[in-house]
Design a protein around this ligand. Structure first.
Ligand code: XIL
Length: 393
């Protein structure tokens, strides 16, 4: 009997559970069959992701001249001593999840048109320095996290002045203390219908398609030493949307390089989905190679693996999440231009996916290397194994 349809005891229990919770229609159709057909093939109960725990992720990465780090919020780092200890133990790089965006609520970087509040980001930069971590900035230009005053203040006449003032003030403030900047974030969205693939954002509306080049030039003037990165998501899978995005991002990078724009790297956010099966290592490898051929480095900047559509069984979820980390990283780390891997968070206790991609069953999501009690998971093993198996830079 084809074991894809073998109804193991676990599956029967799950099916009954889903019938009780979601009703027969829900249980029998989408999730269970979806799991059985597509995900069981991905879940290898015999795969142990064996590795020793002797060396941390930062140590394993460093052996291959790679960098491992994580995005963390100021409030979490300040209030959670265990988190701070784990960041020191596992990470070589720290990126503020919120604090270098224009606006993320109270005590933001840009509380008003004429003000910059560096308090929180400075505290994080000092934390990084005190503990020998590299510090990276996210993000100077984005269509999200804009302050409430932006809409009524910035317009076509003054947008370039606001762009230049923001970039130069912030980049100068951290000049010499920053490893890299996400200068422009998520500027490509092919479904907006433009031939250049640019996302229709306020910056595009006010400044035209050259705003991306302008941003990089302002950043380079402010800190000639910083690695300047274009950062985006949706570049990972063998789907029409991701293919279109890869092509449009490559076109943007080629255009920028053809104009000698001071851009040094592509940031691939790598927000992956544990239930997504359209993973084509050849296409991904080819994209990485095409980016590297532009004399650009590559950073994996916001990696996590969403488990919202995976079965509730933690053992199954953790195995599939770990396999997704290992499959993806084994491909990207084969590309010598890849210099860093950052996860968007370090522990399941603090992940944006709890809010942005919650599970319908209400179970805590498990997308990151450490669980909510900072215990290493199979995902940690998978990242460790990927670093161990990566070629030396
Ligand atoms: C997310 C933060 O993690 C959330 O806490 C916030 O509410 C929204 O932004 N891509 C990015 C990040 O570049 O800045 C986003 O961070 C996640 C998606």
């Amino acid at each position: 009997m084809n074991n894809r349809f073998l109804l193991t005891r676990r599956h029967i229990i799950q099916l009954v559970f889903e019938m009780l919770v979601g009703g027969i229609g829900t249980a029998v159709t989408s999730r269970f069959i979806n799991f059985n057909n597509q995900l069981q093939a991905r879940d290898n109960p015999n795969k142990k992701f064996a590795t020793d725990g002797k060396f941390s992720l930062k140590e394993r990465a460093a052996i291959k001249d790679l960098i491992y780090g994580a995005a963390i919020q100021y409030s979490q780092l300040l209030s959670d001593r265990e988190l701070a200890n784990q960041v020191k133990c596992e990470c070589k790089m720290l990126v503020p999840e919120w604090e270098l965006k224009w606006f993320t609520g109270k005590q933001s970087l840009r509380p008003s048109p004429g003000r910059f509040d560096f308090g929180r980001a400075d505290w994080m930069a000092n934390f990084a320095k005190a503990h020998g971590l590299l510090f990276r900035g996210h993000t100077l230009v984005w269509h999200e996290a804009l302050p409430p005053w932006f809409q009524n203040t910035v317009n076509s006449q003054n947008a370039e002045q606001f762009l230049e003032e923001h970039i130069k003030t912030v980049v100068r403030h951290y000049a010499g203390k920053i490893h890299s900047w996400d200068v422009v974030n998520e500027a490509i969205n092919p479904s907006d219908g433009r031939s250049d693939g640019l996302r229709k954002t306020p910056w595009l509306k006010f400044l035209g398609s050259d705003y991306v080049e302008l941003a990089f030039r302002f950043a380079a003037e402010a800190d000639p030493q910083a690695l300047l990165v274009y950062n985006d998501f949706g570049l990972d899978y063998d789907t029409p949307e991701n293919e279109a995005k890869r092509n449009a991002v490559l076109k943007l990078l080629e255009r920028l390089k053809s104009k000698s724009t001071p851009i040094h790297a592509l940031g691939m956010q790598a927000h992956l989905q544990g239930d997504k099966t359209q993973f084509n290592s050849k296409k991904l490898k080819n994209f990485l190679r095409n980016v590297a051929a532009l004399d650009l480095k590559i950073l994996i900047t916001e990696m996590d693996v969403a488990d919202k559509n995976l079965p509730v069984d933690i053992k199954v979820r953790d195995r599939i999440v770990a396999a997704t980390y290992e499959d993806y990283l084994s491909v990207v780390l084969d590309e010598p231009a890849v210099i860093a891997v950052l996860t968007w968070g370090l522990s399941d206790r603090y992940t944006w996916l709890s809010e942005f991609q919650p599970r319908r069953d209400g179970a805590r999501v498990r997308p990151l290397p450490l669980d909510a009690n900072f215990k290493r998971k199979l995902a940690w093993n998978a990242i460790a194994r990927a670093f161990d198996n990566a070629p030396h830079r």
